[in-house]
Design a protein around this ligand. Sequence first.
Ligand SMILES: [Zn+2]
Length: 85
Amino acid sequence: MRAATVAVVAVGLALALALGVDQGFDTTSITILVLIALVGALAIAAAGKFEGQRVAPARCAECNGVISPNAPYCKHCGERQSDRF
Ligand SMILES: [Zn+2]
């Protein structure tokens, strides 16, 4: 996820750079470059934050089935996951 975001930002920067080199850097191309760099930095930061917050799936204490860590009940056997609350 984060690697993909970095790749997209890198491609965007490379394209903007290539366009600037090709057509000459003017205010517009430099503005676009700065915007891509800013948005890219934000996207990478957001992706890293999102990954840090991602939680592994939990397992039901009763049937050991994989369930959402926030699920109040097990979707497999219906056992209440009260120990999490
Ligand atoms: Zn269960």
